[in-house]
Design a protein around this ligand. Structure first.
Ligand code: ATP
Length: 333
């Protein structure tokens, strides 16, 4: 494990240092080209011990290439990577024994059954515990299908088995590319809970790539937002929201008699309005756009004078809204 320290090389000095934590993964000014195209372009970030980091960005941003470089499958053209204290290029075997990986194609044998696949990989990874494959089959809800050939598994069943395979050797670092795609709602819930549990109880460090941002929000502590191979921003959700502020949008469930058609926008105070831009939504919801969140109490006070307020939901500070502000802002640069 590496203690975080200041590095003064060009490009690396801008790397935000983890405060008081230990960086288990360090990506420093890494670039990867495919021909003329830079898939990853001077990317730097760190992941602290036991942290769950969301690596997010549009299609083609360079997320999978980054994961592949962390695993040592792809070599960076420039920069430096350390995973669990090892350089994936030089010490690939050490890195691979420390990490569990799930990529889009989980590399399972279609002609072997689920349990045969896990037993095969347990052997390959040198897993001592003979009960581990069955334990994971049970944990991932595959007991009923364990003797079925994997070629006949559904997408979600393959994903579950791929995750079980990634966890066989009890890795201290997990690199997960779209771990919930193809899963049913129960599967998504189970996988997210398992990721959170591994981080919380076992101190497992996780890098998670996903386009399903509201799911990430339930488990990730920090995010790195990348686009065209570069980090647009990184930090906790509140840090990202603070550095990329937007209008404060609130959805209020109320019986306030806003006399406008659904979806039309009401501006200003005239006609008995409430003084903020308003839009009627279905289900007794009115969406207000306020200059800042400091105006929320004033809005609620005004509404409560003549109507009942059942719920107030702050929008625009969730991961998806912040992500759109960040990535769309970058479009205009
Ligand atoms: P997605 O969200 O669509 O999975 P991503 O962020 O994971 O995208 P990457 O798969 O890392 O993006 O791709 C980054 C860029 O590198 C893309 O433009 C892609 O076409 C290119 N690329 C990735 N792998 C290769 C390869 N093996 N050969 C050539 N170009 C590649």
């Amino acid at each position: 494990m590496h203690q975080v320290r200041q590095v003064n090389s060009p490009g690396i000095s801008r790397l935000p240092l983890l405060q008081g934590g230990v960086a288990v993964i360090r990506v420093e000014a890494v670039t990867k080209r495919y021909g003329e195209q830079k898939a990853v372009d001077g990317l730097s970030f760190q992941v602290a011990d036991g942290e769950i980091l969301g690596l997010i960005g549009p299609n083609g941003a360079g997320k999978t290439t980054t994961i592949r470089m962390l695993c040592g499958v792809v070599r960076p053209d420039a920069g430096r990577i350390m995973v669990g204290g090892y350089d994936p290029e030089e010490q690939g075997d050490k890195v691979r024994s420390a990490i569990g990986v799930l990529t889009e194609t989980a590399a399972l044998y279609p002609n072997l059954s689920g349990i045969e696949n896990l037993r095969f990989f347990a052997d390959l990874y040198g897993v001592d515990d003979p009960h581990r494959p069955d334990q994971l089959i049970d944990e991932f809800g595959l007991a009923e299908h364990k003797n079925k050939k994997v070629g006949k598994y559904s997408t979600g069943m393959k994903k579950r088995l791929g995750l079980a395979k990634a966890l066989l050797h009890r890795p201290s670092i997990l690199l997960l590319d779209e771990p919930t795609s193809g899963l049913d709602p129960a599967g998504i819930d189970m996988v997210l809970k398992e990721i959170a549990r591994l981080s919380r109880e076992k101190g497992v460090t996780v890098v998670l790539c996903s386009h399903v941002l509201h799911q990430l929000e339930t488990v990730c502590r920090r995010y790195v937002v990348i686009k065209r191979g570069q980090a647009l921003a990184q930090g906790t959700l509140s840090e990202l929201a603070k550095s990329h502020p937007g209008p404060c949008v609130v959805e209020v469930e109320t019986d306030y008699p806003l006399e406008i058609e659904k979806d039309s926008v009401f501006e200003g105070d005239a006609g008995g309005g409430i003084g903020f831009q308003a839009k009627r939504l279905p289900n007794a919801l009115i969406q207000f756009t306020l200059p800042s969140r400091d105006e929320v109490p004033k809005l609620v006070r005004k509404l409560s004078q003549t109507a009942r307020v059942y719920s107030v939901t702050l929008k625009g500070e969730d991961l998806q809204s912040v992500y759109f502000r960040l990535t769309e802002g970058a479009n205009n640069e």
